[in-house]
Design a protein around this ligand. Structure first.
Ligand SMILES: [Zn+2]
Length: 499
């Protein structure tokens, strides 16, 4: 793409601040937007022209939190809390080979680009340890689809059953022995693998880069937190963790650390501009201030929080505290569609059950900026993606104005946030390359991918059967224990609409 000049003509360019969508031409040199002007903008004779008449042009949406490894497990659970989902990990990931990991990430990338998402932060999970091959395969999947991604290997040094105070002791002896054999880690090995993978990362870091994903604060021991902190500094990359996602997690912190999870991470030197908290549902005002003071970001994942009953994150208060709040879908086992339009709509509408003062509610334009500019900042690409402006990378989504969502077109920002479900996505450009054209992924044979995915799942069936039995034996203890644990009082309440 270097040196190639393209011009997108006659599209209606969304201006979020002005709430307008006037026709404009966009000149793209290589992978970069070089000039924007009224229709008829001069372009070099050899510029490749793209007619965007009847298209509404918006910046590519940026997904602050997902797990590309879970895509083959979509639909596998129903009434799961976060803890029951974590308890089910050996089941949802059963029998997964490196080839399956590649396919899962590729399927995730296809779903995202088809839904107008051009970049994501993928906390890619492998058990019991990440692997250089698995991470590179996940990166290859995004590169092959043509999407931008930050791959953060999700890692733990202890399992759910050992991490929640009292849970292990509440298990019958045979089940204790069972979970003794299901340990993640060790941390030293995970850190060594990450160092090797960071050092030898084969992909273009401007498109697919590697980060670190210690899963959950108290699922990782302190030496491992320090190893992640040091690696992030050495390789100038970011850290994502699930922070106070559930009330169980928030409650676990006091007996373990004598302080909140956020304060614990701060004490370990983790919080900073390169730190992205996923979920952040059960934060206190002090926690929010700490994150804001350190320049950290949050990925607000409203659908997942609803689906797993984690609660409603205080997105308004987090923004008021000064935190950079991005939006994420989370993964197929808890969201379930990787649909950034849906996540953005929920982020906007759920701000409106947080208080009666409508002036504090998110405006639709603010929600859309969270899904674009705030996401870019969270992913470490601020000033490079998240806007359609000269000097930014050409990550552009073109919505069909023939879609019923825009008939009639009154206020593009409101209609995108409150009504778009991704079905109007016609063309998607990432880094100056068309990755979706007329609603079809350009770089992937979707029929072949479907056949490969279905064959992989067939192969996984025996492993899934055995893992399901184990999961169910544990779930009858884990579910009630955690529900009881979460019945304790906590400093803030993030459940609404109860008795
Ligand atoms: Zn997650």
């Amino acid at each position: 793409m270097t040196g190639t000049t393209q011009i997108i003509r006659r599209g209606r360019l969304l201006d979020i601040d002005a709430r307008s969508s006037e026709p404009a031409d966009i000149l793209i040199t290589g992978n970069m937007i070089s000039e924007i002007g009224p229709p008829g903008l001069p372009a070099p004779d050899d510029a490749i022209e793209f007619d965007a008449s009847d298209r509404l042009l918006i910046p590519g949406l940026i997904n602050g939190h997902t797990h590309g490894n879970s895509t083959l497990a979509k639909g596998m659970g129903d009434r799961w809390t976060l803890e029951l989902l974590l308890n089910a990990h050996p089941y949802t990931g059963a029998g997964s080979t490196h080839e399956d990991k590649y396919l899962a990430a590729k399927l995730a990338a296809c779903e995202m680009v088809l839904g107008g998402c051009t970049a994501c932060l993928d906390m890619f999970a492998e058990f019991p340890l990440p692997s250089r091959t698995g991470l590179e395969s996940a990166g290859q999947a995004y590169a092959d689809v043509g999407m931008r991604a930050v791959i953060a290997p999700m890692m733990s040094t202890r399992g759910l059953w050992q991490a929640i105070p009292g849970l292990y002791d509440a298990l019958p002896r045979p089940l204790q022995e069972l979970v003794d054999g299901m340990q993640s880690g060790p941390g030293e090995a995970a850190a060594d693998i990450c160092r090797d993978a960071l050092h030898n990362w084969p992909h273009d870091r401007d498109q697919v880069k590697l980060a670190l994903g210690p899963a959950i604060p108290h699922h990782c021991d302190i030496p491992f937190w320090h190893a992640c902190r040091d690696l992030a500094r050495e390789y100038d990359t970011l850290i994502q963790t699930h922070l106070a996602e559930s009330k169980v997690q928030a409650l676990a912190s006091e007996p373990l650390y004598g302080m909140s999870l956020t304060a614990f991470l701060d004490q370990q030197g983790i919080l900073g501009p390169d730190f992205v908290a996923a979920h952040a549902v059960w934060l206190t005002p002090d926690d929010m201030k700490m994150l804001a003071d350190r320049g950290a970001s949050v990925s607000h994942n409203p659908m997942s929080n609803l689906r797993l009953g984690s609660g409603i994150a205080a997105s308004v208060a987090m923004r008021e505290a000064g935190i950079n709040v991005a939006i994420g879908t989370d993964t197929c086992t808890c969201a379930d569609a990787l649909n950034m339009f849906e996540a953005t709509r929920l982020a906007c509408t759920l701000s409106r059950v947080q208080g009666p003062d409508y002036e504090e509610w998110l405006e639709s334009g603010q929600a859309l900026k969270m899904a674009t500019e705030a996401g870019a900042k969270a992913l470490g690409w601020e000033g490079q993606i998240g806007r359609i402006a000269p000097g930014y990378k050409a990550d552009i989504v073109m919505l069909g104005l023939d879609s019923i969502t825009y008939v009639p077109l009154n206020d593009a920002v409101n209609q995108i946030v409150f009504a778009e479900n991704g079905e109007s996505v016609r063309d998607v450009m990432v880094d100056g390359r068309m990755v979706v054209k007329d609603g079809q992924v350009t770089n992937v044979d979707m029929e072949k991918l479907r056949a490969e995915v279905e064959a992989s799942v067939m192969r996984q069936i025996p492993a899934r059967g055995a893992a399901r039995e184990t999961m169910e034996k544990l779930a009858v203890h884990v579910g009630p224990f955690c529900a009881g644990f979460a019945a304790q009082d906590f400093a803030v309440n993030r459940f609404v609409g109860g008795k």
